[in-house]
Ligand binder design. Structure first.
Ligand code: DC
Length: 217
């Protein structure tokens, strides 16, 4: 059977990872959450007190960094960090460090290697435009700012974070701006990616929409 490669891009809180996980299950694909890889780098920078600038200290840190996935967990230097990288603080650090060309080069190479040998669904900001440019299935998943903030706020509150809706909305706006205005491969919809606006769609509807496209080929 031909290999299946699905690429999904879109802004923060559009539901990419929730959807991608479910599609992966339905179509028996490996799910690669590239946002988690930027989060892992942001987490390590904060943990080691590395300043948020692009310099030799960062390059040296990247040289001694390994990131992988195992059974749905994100593994940084051999340690599970899945829970540790899901805070607002790390969201900001991930967005900041994702603007650095050295970080993007390292992670894009890792992601391309992961996508080469397996059937994958990969989500992020530059998957359709850079990482898996030749993927046969490309989607740009988005939703209104309000709806994305509402979903993210619910998720954070359920995890026990004490945060207001207004703060989450402001963070989403700031990250949207950073992600789509950075100099290196900013977030944008690839010309050949299919737009899905999930503001008024259920999770199942989006999952079925993607699976139908794949199954119909
Ligand atoms: O999808 P996420 O919120 O976990 O991503 C965290 C940050 O990483 C986000 O602000 C943008 C960045 N990112 C990126 O620049 N390129 C990717 N392929 C994935 C994420």
């Amino acid at each position: 059977m031909a290999r299946i490669t699905i690429a999904i891009d879109g802004p923060s809180g559009a539901g990419k990872s929730t959807i991608a996980k479910l599609v992966a299950k339905k179509l028996d694909l490996d799910y690669i959450d590239t946002g988690a890889m930027y989060r892992a780098v942001g987490y390590k920078m904060l943990k080691e007190g590395i300043p948020m600038v692009e310099d030799e200290t960062l390059a040296e840190m990247l040289d001694r960094t390994t990131i992988d996935f195992s059974k749905g967990d994100t593994i940084l230097d051999g340690q599970v960090v899945s829970g540790l990288i899901r805070t607002q603080e790390i969201s900001k650090a991930a967005s900041d460090c994702s603007a650095f060309a050295t970080v993007r080069k390292k992670l894009v190479e890792l992601q391309q290697a992961m996508g080469k040998t397996k059937n994958v669904i990969m989500d992020g900001r530059d998957i359709c435009t850079v990482v898996l440019k030749d993927a046969p299935y490309k989607f740009y998943l988005t939703a209104s700012e309000d709806e994305r903030a509402r979903r993210r706020h619910k998720e954070l509150v359920e995890k026990g974070e004490d945060i207001t809706f207004e703060k989450v909305l402001a963070d989403i706006k700031e990250r949207d701006y950073n992600d789509s205005h950075r100099a290196v491969t900013p977030l944008k919809q690839a010309e050949d990616a299919l737009l899905i606006d999930s503001s008024n769609m259920t999770i199942d509807e989006v999952v079925n929409f993607i699976c139908d496209r794949v199954n119909s080929r």
